[in-house]
Design a binder for this molecule. Sequence first.
Ligand code: SAH
Ligand code: SF4
Length: 386
Amino acid sequence: MADPMISTTSPEPAKVNLLGLTQAKLEAFFEELGEKRFRATQVLKWIHQLGVTDFMDMTNISKALRIRLTEVAEVRPPEVLQQLDSADGTRKFLIRVSGGNAIETVFIPDGERGTLCVSSQVGCSLDCSFCATGKQGFNRDLTVHEIVGQIWIAAQSFGQLRENGPRKITNVVFMGMGEPLLNFDNVVDAVNIMMHDNCYGISKRRVTISTSGVVPALDRLGQYTDACLAISLHAPNDELRNELVPLNKKYPIAMLLDSAKRYIDGLPDTHRKMTVEYTLIDQVNDRPEHAHQLAELLRDLPVKINLIPFNPFSLSNYKRVSNNALRRFQQILMDEGYTTTVRTTRGDDIEAACGQLAGQVNDRTRRSERYSRSVSDEVVRIVPHG
Ligand code: SAH
Ligand code: SF4
């Protein structure tokens, strides 16, 4: 009897998911099929501007080529497991990615502006002490089509992907789950697709890559993109930053600021500023002396500062900054001449705030296991005294 585990027919070759191909890669794909390069422009518009996933509906392409495409390729966005709408208009998607994992993507409307916060990895390996994603450990990098799939899904949900559809998504920030510069090639391609005129056409001034400071990758970034840059600083000195962002031990503040400045200086347009993100945690990094030290540290750099009140989550003992400390911190920086904004918490009712994005990570680093063990140890220690 045939072994049921062994298939007698050879497996079909995997189809190429065109959702993840840049214009250049799609042109190369068509050339390989013996087709003209301009097919890439047509297909990109069908996919990213009109939301069409069935090649047979791509009516300006010959029938023979449409049939050929169905044989070798597909346009397959990831599956939405759940869509949650907040009372304030924030929309969160829980998206299935292969391997039994889920990632989160958040859309935040603000007047004319609509910002999509995308994830770049399943989990994160960097383990910042205040971040829920970090506490979950790391599983894997997202593919280009999984990153682009997030904007495709969100745009589709707003009816944006049709002739004259509303342009709801005006900005993209890589501030969801994961460290974008540790998934360099895929993030660069995804950014390219988001900005491309035949795709989403988002301006380079409206796509922001946020990094906790992977300096060697940041040093290379300017060769591949001219997107905006945000650096997650969170502390004005190395001693404190080592505690909050362990990666700082490898790439300390001075190195990071140097590299970030070189990136900004290398951009073709002048007057661009990088965003310095600073998550304010009660009694940890929210003192006036921290604000003064930060002002000194950033002197003469092309920066604007974004203060993020820490959002608590169950595995963390940190507390949100008090309103008084927040206002005082902001005032000191403004008095020193810095443009300083405070990120308001949105989507509270659907757990869509910064740092709360957890999805479901099949942790390969066993970090989440270590954390839950240390939390239950704590419970055991507490019980005898209770
Ligand atoms: N890995 C990248 C991008 C994802 S994190 C980075 O670190 O920059 C995006 C932003 O969310 C970072 O600035 C991070 O500091 C912030 N963040 C993480 N956890 C948070 C929390 N619990 N409360 C508020 N902001 C948080
Ligand atoms: Fe990773 Fe960014 Fe979270 Fe740090 S803050 S653990 S780099 S996702």
